[in-house]
Design a protein around this ligand. Sequence first.
Ligand code: NAD
Ligand code: ZN
Length: 370
Amino acid sequence: MIRLSINIFRNEDLSYPIYIGNKIFDNLKEEVNRLTPSHIVIITDSIISSLHLNYVIKNIQEWNIPVSTIVIPSGEKFKDRKTKEYIENEMFKLNIDRKGLIIGFGGGVVGDISGFVAATYLRGINFILVPTTLLSMVDSSIGGKVGIDTPYGKNTIGAFHQPKAVIIDVSFLDTLPEVQFRNGLVEIIKHSIIRDRELFEFLSQNKGSIISKNYESLVKVIEWSCRIKKEVVEKDEKETGLRKILNFGHTIGHAIETMSNYKVLHGFAVSVGMSVESLISRNIGILSDEDYVSILKILEDYQLPTNLRDIKYKLNDKDIIKLIELMKGDKKSIKFNINMSLPRTIGEMVETFTLTVEPQQIIEAIKSVN
Ligand code: NAD
Ligand code: ZN
């Protein structure tokens, strides 16, 4: 078992531990006991509940703390206001008071919505995350962003609310479908490119054991990846500078996701995004040919898409213009200039965190992967 400690703003109250290992219920128990909750509310989704809930409940029931479960349907489309209201109503019916503790048990959808309920229920109660997808283990569990989607966009209502602990048990990944597993690998590869060449090399050399979900390798890369996100987030909680580098691959990735009406999975859209943004970086003379080729190779080695054909998605000229318009609305854009976080070499991003890229450069790069 590995223990990382996250210290947001170097503020003791906002710091929390992340445990990473195999079967780490003792750590969950220890963290729960520390908080002395009046009631535990496990929030999970229908798929995880059918696979893993009995096992979790059986353990928690032995702790002599009242425990209830709220199950929401699985899927991004339920990360909305209606589901939030449903969870809150259930919690009121259960008389959960300010000492109640939410355990968000599931992927990023469950984590984001349960964290957001925790942020606003009775003006804020404690929550702990037990992530069950690779993506939620290495990405959404760190940094305290919680929220929901609206018809006006993804994550358009939310808050910053840090969990009290994150318990990462890699054995939950046994049941995770392969596509979802690869979806999460994208963020790990991203973390290596933006910050750590050594991790990049480890990933390149240990593909077999990672793909086959060898626990030891998984614990190692998850810990490594969490450490990278943690270091970035600790330095810049509210994304005013350094944290922007986490958006590598996401300017183009988000636009592809939106254009496809979210049919393309986030990780796969970001994988294409990293491939195109690396190409842009190479074309404008920032990234070397050699590093560009290595980035493409690692994505291909992990069977991740590097061009639009791989995701069965072809864009005509009109679509490309639309894609550019979408990017102008990206959160990093200023006065309609498209700003991207581009790699300088593997392991380092451009020092200014983002760079303005001419639409023509983007169009050219997209056409070459279309
Ligand atoms: P998800 O929560 O929808 O999970 C994907 C699918 O896998 C779901 O069908 C789920 O039921 C199923 N599943 C989960 N764990 C399983 C397991 N162990 N075995 C079998 N099936 C399992 O998706 P996700 O990719 O984990 O998260 C995506 C969400 O995370 C998005 O809403 C995104 O906005 C959010 N996110 C948030 C942050 C943040 O900083 N807060 C960062 C990245 C992503
Ligand atoms: Zn992402």
